[in-house]
Design a protein around this ligand. Structure first.
Ligand SMILES: [Zn+2]
Length: 300
């Protein structure tokens, strides 16, 4: 998932929570570099990497179909889990078969001892009795466990689809992003990362002059989504995402407790957006002329 821009090798944890180029660390000669070692000495902490990647998410999440896609994937994942979960009837059947074979083996031992004229062993009889008690319990449970009707399964899937619909998915993910960013909630971050991994194939880490933070370039679905968006859109959405985070933080802190305050804050955001738009129009030209967008990569 993490790649060196210089030698194409992997970035891996070296030291405490810090990623660096593995080839450089091992001083491996690189064919593509004419047998020289990788010169990319940039390292990045896990914290900074996640922060920068997470910061670009809200923008990509304004792309129209992203929540439909995630919702679809979640429903498929849960449906698979449902399908592969063994029914209680099957489980009971297997447990009963195991007990029966254990019983048969014990009976054989008892018979063998008897045939050899050896005394009966109480421990064998006790084990046989215990197994019989368990067997009776399982038989009873099996009788009380009805075959799961097919409609039930369909209903479960319908429930899953309702639970993981795009609107709910959007709400849940926005909440996770909010928690992961503003409150740096580690648990929210961990829950968000599988979604991030699904959207981002590779992060390429590159050199920058001096002590500047490493250059990051993402590849994968998220890059395609962002590249297909207008620069103006991205800046606007970035603003809306920041405003939304700010809005939620103020509500959470109790600062916005009346409808009037809420309205006033929303108006302030709208005003600021109007004020910024002309600045962004100028910026749009320079961004496009400068870095530009590669088809399948996006700089963070
Ligand atoms: Zn390297």
């Amino acid at each position: 998932m993490l790649q060196c821009a210089e030698c194409g090798g992997p970035y891996a944890i070296s030291g405490k929570d810090r990623y660096s180029c593995t080839n450089r660390k091992k001083r491996l000669p690189i064919d593509e570099l004419g047998g020289a070692c990788c010169g990319n000495s940039k390292t990045i902490t896990r914290h900074e990497l996640e922060e920068r990647v997470l910061n670009c998410l809200p923008v990509a999440f304004y792309s129209l179909d992203i929540f439909d896609r995630i919702s679809e994937k979640m429903v498929a994942h849960e449906t698979n889990k449902l399908k592969s979960a063994p029914s209680r009837r099957d489980e009971l059947g297997e447990e009963l078969a195991t007990i029966k074979s254990k019983q048969a083996s014990l009976m054989q031992q008892i018979q063998d001892r008897h045939a050899e004229g050896r005394p009966r062993l109480a421990i064998l009889d006790d084990q046989l009795d215990e197994l019989e008690v368990t067997r009776e319990k399982l038989v009873k449970e099996l009788a009380g466990t009805a075959e799961e009707p097919v409609e039930d399964f369909q209903a479960k899937i319908a429930k899953l689809k309702a639970q993981f619909n795009p609107a709910n998915t959007e709400l849940a993910i926005r909440e996770l992003i909010f928690l992961a960013r503003n409150n740096a909630d580690e648990q929210a971050k961990r829950r968000l990362m599988p979604i991030v991994r699904d959207l981002i194939q590779t992060v390429v880490i590159g050199k920058t002059p001096g002590h500047q933070p490493a250059a990051l370039q993402v590849h994968g679905d998220i890059a395609n989504i962002m590249a297909s968006m207008d620069v103006m859109d991205i800046l606007q959405q970035q603003f809306v995402a920041a405003a939304q985070n700010d809005f939620m933080a103020r509500i959470a802190s109790g600062e916005i407790d009346t409808e009037q305050k809420r309205k006033k804050l929303l108006e302030a955001y709208a005003e600021e957006l109007l004020r910024k738009s002309p600045e962004w129009e100028n910026l749009q030209v320079s961004v496009v002329a400068g870095a530009g967008f590669e088809p399948a990569a996006f700089r963070l």
